[in-house]
Ligand binder design. Structure first.
Ligand SMILES: [Zn+2]
Length: 44
């Protein structure tokens, strides 16, 4: 899931799965589509 984050330097989009930050929502969404961090096996 992509979370919108408001910071003093602008709006960021964070991948909730792995915490990666993007300045473009489209970049975040594309990352999310390929991100497998939300797989429970990632947290061990
Ligand atoms: Zn991610």
């Amino acid at each position: 899931m992509v979370v919108q984050t408001q910071r003093e330097d602008g709006t960021w989009y964070e991948c909730e799965g792995c915490g990666l930050m993007f300045d473009e929502r489209e970049d975040a969404r594309q990352h999310e589509a390929n991100c497998d961090a939300e797989d429970p096996s990632y947290i061990q």
